[in-house]
Ligand binder design. Structure first.
Ligand code: PEP
Ligand code: MG
Length: 889
């Protein structure tokens, strides 16, 4: 096994082995770009080290061989006193983990070689400053000395000299500081700072390995869903210096604008500085374009290199570079991060440039980015006073009055105020306040904090972990770093897509992408937004290649019409219970309270025309496309008054001796229907089987609506769906009755309705006996909400707000299984039910209508297992179309 690769030996496809940085350094080296020579120690070596606590035995010799070669190339030896070779030792994992792991620069400097460096550089101060930095970095990251101790010593040195910045310390000051730092290391660690350059290097390599497992690195990986066993590679690279005078410097650049995607010169440059100085923001950088005036040859070369990189990677790249005395060096490149809008624009620009094809363009964007582009946003042209920034936890733009507790949030929102709930952090007690608020702002906690998880679940705007904002819930105010105080009732605006927090109301504008999907903006128009044009093209690619059809979950004509505008190819789930709410609730109540057949029939008769009208509208809106109507699903108590409220009302009335007969009957019924576990109780097909006439009424309404549309020359394509089936026998009974009703209507109206009858697969037993159930079903629609609930034994209404935060933090899962399908558990059941169902009935139509139908990752899974369609809420349809295209491309 080979543990060390020279930069000339690797390439960009070896990220698993060489990490992202190492693989790209190798790629650039082989492109002939000026990369300082060096080598990469593999992630495999790291894994052996982490497993066994020791470096692999062969590693030392391999490193020696590569170091010899490097020394030969550079014509100097590591730490050689008169002209030392210095190296950097940098971490570099497969996935970038910014700032999470260690780096040590200037390895090779010692009491002996510092003078050699000074002589070679012709700069005494520079050499002592480099040595000072080495001891500081090495002491902190390799030897574990508290970094503050070095900083304090540095501060003391400046104070003693009466200066405020490092650059005002001269060589003698820095030399003295080196002495102090060395003493500090000895005192804190009981050992001297190692003078042997090779020992420095080996210790630094092990420190980088160890940094893979620091607490913060582990936490970061869990949050970003990076596997914990990948390990990091280590890059040993000869040092080049950007701090050797005004003809040196360091910078970062993008091959095109990561915000707009436009080609041009984007980046920052800092003269006479090293990389850390840019990150630390010690001095102000200048725009990259200014480099042309500072050092034209280097600038021209950089522009050429950037073009080479873009053409080679066929994508936006970001770059770190250093200029050492007029010589340009490339220190890093990678395919750069970009905003959601830029991702779409860049993908189409690259197609136009002939660099990538349409299938590749689809891989360059994703549904999460599209979803982000569909949120309303703050009008960036409006003047707004930004008071702070936190983590963009749940996208959207929310404006409201600041409130600092849940009770006030609920109270104010009831009286019609829009509120932003501001807390240090939230917990389950804040739930009502979160529901009432337009958005949530917290000063603590990350992307998996309670506030973030719950807000995302609700689709509510959230900024969390805005540490710089001081929240005082007792005094009901928030203090910004600039001293601005926001009191309860002051208006604030929060941007869940950028994490920015503003004082006052920032105007909100609708997303141009939604305007486009709504048909209010045309991609073909000359002045059409560039982003809209790009989205239009990408959606066309996706629609061309996708195999999955996309339907909508919708139960009224308005939603159906919007869904159709957004590209829905039918309705996959019409939840008829939504048609029983509002003023119709009393009619349902009458049905539930009916003692006699006659009473029940009267109640059902009352509901029939209303249901029929609902369906007629829906079939009209979806004319020519399938509409799956699901018969009543939820437990009946949902249509009755709350048991506690009603009990109190009756008790009070009884005390006054004027209890009314109806209330008493109602209370009796509520008691009778009360269930400890309504989700596992009398609902779905079970209702249809025990309430005579209920399903028959619904089927009749569907059939009559369809018949009417047919007679009006429409093209209704109704599909009747039975929920919560666990066994084929249930379905057989319902089917018999439904077929009888349909035949009656067909005969009476003289039409052939071609209605199909299918079932939801949302219980484990249904999935396990799918082969039998398919005997009686024309189609299956997977109800992955209930299936997830019953497979995991997680109450879908409770767990996300209760213990999911803890589960996410512990890394038990990276994302809620209610959000993204659990492939191994729930997914395995879906897969086997698909196979069993099709084995019984090869033409069985298969879809999914749980929330997962609109989740990007889940859409790929449904594509893989061979479903015919996914169904999701209207706003998710473009996302599902895009992801279905990406899955097929
Ligand atoms: C489901 O369970 O996945 C489903 C779509 O039905 P509902 O959410 O209405 O229970
Ligand atoms: Mg369900």
């Amino acid at each position: 096994q080979k543990f060390v690769y020279d930069f000339t030996e690797g390439n960009r496809n070896l990220k698993d082995l060489l990490g992202g940085k190492g693989a790209n350094l190798a790629e650039m080296t082989n492109l002939g770009l000026p990369v300082p020579p060096g080598f990469t120690i593999t992630t495999e070596a790291c894994k052996v080290y982490l497993d066994s606590g020791e470096e692999p035995p062969a590693l030392r010799d391999e490193v020696s061989a590569h170091l010899d070669a490097l020394e030969a190339t550079m014509d100097k030896k590591l730490g050689q006193p008169n002209d030392p070779l210095l190296v950097s030792v940098r971490s570099g994992a497969k996935f970038s983990m910014p700032g999470m792991m260690d780096t040590v620069l200037n390895i090779g400097l010692s009491d002996d070689s510092v003078a050699g460096l000074a002589a070679q550089a012709g700069d005494e101060r520079f050499a002592w400053d480099s040595y000072r930095r080495l001891i500081q970095m090495f002491g902190k990251t390799v030897l574990g000395v508290d970094g503050d101790l070095f900083e304090e010593a540095l501060e003391r040195a400046k104070h003693a000299k009466g200066v405020s910045v490092d650059v005002d310390l001269d060589a003698a000051d820095l030399k003295a500081l080196v002495g102090e730092f060395k003493a500090l290391v000895s005192k804190e660690t009981g050992r001297d700072f190692p003078q042997d350059p090779r020992e420095q290097m080996d210790l630094a390599v092990c420190a980088v390995f160890d940094s893979w497992n620091t607490d913060r690195a582990k936490l970061y990986r869990r949050q970003e869903r990076i596997p914990g066993d990948l390990g990091t590679a280590v890059n040993v690279c000869s040092m080049v210096f950007g701090n050797l005078g005004p003809d040196s410097g360091t910078g970062v650049a993008f091959t095109r604008d990561p915000a707009s995607g436009h080609q041009g010169v984007y980046g920052d440059y800092l003269q006479n500085a090293q990389g850390e100085d840019v990150v630390a923001g010690i001095r102000n950088t200048v725009p990259l374009a200014d480099l042309e005036g500072i050092d034209k040859p280097s600038y021209d070369e950089l522009m050429r290199i950037m073009e080479t990189l873009e053409t080679h990677y066929k994508d936006l790249c970001d770059i770190e570079f250093t200029i050492e005395r007029g010589k340009l060096w490339m220190l890093q490149t990678r395919v750069g991060k970009r905003t959601a809008g830029a991702a779409f624009r860049i993908a189409t620009q690259l197609v136009d440039q002939g660099l990538i094809d349409e299938a590749e363009a689809l891989q360059r964007v994703n549904g999460a980015q599209l979803a982000q582009l569909m949120f309303p946003r703050f009008d960036e042209s409006a003047a707004a006073e930004k008071i702070g920034r936190g983590i963009a936890a749940s996208p959207g733009a929310a404006v409201g009055k600041a409130v600092f507790d849940s009770y006030t949030a609920v109270k104010w929102s009831r009286s019609g105020e829009k509120v932003i709930l501001i807390r240090r952090e939230t917990n389950p007690d804040d739930l009502n306040g979160m529901i009432a608020a337009e958005g949530i702002l917290t000063s603590r906690g990350g992307k998996t904090s309670h506030a973030a998880v719950v807000a995302r679940g609700m689709g509510k705007t959230c900024v969390c972990g805005a540490e710089e904002l001081e929240v005082d819930t007792k005094r009901r105010c928030l203090t910004a770093p600039d001293g601005t105080v926001v009191q309860e009732g002051d208006v604030v605006s929060i941007d869940g897509s950028s994490g920015k927090v503003y004082l006052g109301e920032v105007p909100v504008v609708p997303s141009p992408v939604v305007e486009y999907f709504e048909g209010r903006m045309h991609a073909g128009a000359d002045d059409a937004d560039e982003l809209v044009k790009a989205v239009h093209r990408i959606m066309a690619y996706a629609d061309r290649v996708r195999r999955l059809r996309v339907r909508a979950n919708a139960d009224n004509a308005e939603d159906a019409a919007r869904a159709r505008r957004f590209g829905a190819q039918g309705i996959g789930l019409c939840r008829t219970e939504h048609m029983f709410l509002g003023e119709r609730r009393e009619m349902v109540e009458r049905l539930i309270l009916a003692d006699t057949d006659a009473d029940r029939q009267t109640a059902l008769h009352g509901l029939l025309p209303l249901q029929k009208a609902d369906f007629t509208e829906l079939f009209e809106a979806m004319d020519g496309l399938p509409v799956t109507v699901r018969l009543l699903d939820p437990p009946l108590h949902e249509f009755l008054p709350d048991i506690t409220e009603l009990s109190v009302r009756v008790a009070l009335a009884e005390a006054r001796q004027d209890a009314n007969e109806n209330d008493l009957r109602l209370l009796q019924a509520v008691h009778k229907l009360h269930e400890q576990n309504p989700m596992l109780g009398l609902r779905g097909v079970r209702l249809g089987l025990v309430i005579p006439g209920l399903f028959a009424m619904q089927v009749r309404a569907i059939a009559e609506a369809a018949a009417e549309r047919k007679n009006a020359k429409g093209d209704p394509r109704a599909e009747i769906m039975i929920p919560l089936v666990g066994t084929v026998q249930e379905l057989e009974i319902v089917r018999e009755e439904a077929e009888r009703v349909i035949a009656e209507v067909e005969q009476a109206r003289g039409v052939n309705l071609k209605l199909t009858l299918g079932t939801m697969i949302e219980l484990p037993r249904a999935a396990l006996t799918a082969g039998q159930i398919a005997e009686s079903a024309d189609f299956f629609s997977f109800g992955t909400n209930d299936l997830t609930q019953t497979v995991w034994g997680f109450s879908r209404d409770d767990v996300e707000a209760s213990f999911f935060t803890a589960y996410l933090e512990k890394g038990i899962f990276g994302v809620s299984p209610f959000e993204t399908i659990d492939r191994d558990g729930v997914g395995a059941l879906v897969r086997s039910a698909v196979e069993a169902g099709r084995a019984t009935r090869p033409d069985l139509k298969l879809g999914v209508c749980g929330e997962h139908g609109g989740d990007p990752e889940s859409v790929h899974f449904f594509h893989e297992v061979g479903l015919d369609y996914v169904s999701c809420s209207p706003f998710r349809i473009p996302v599902a179309r895009l992801e279905a295209g990406r899955a097929a491309a």
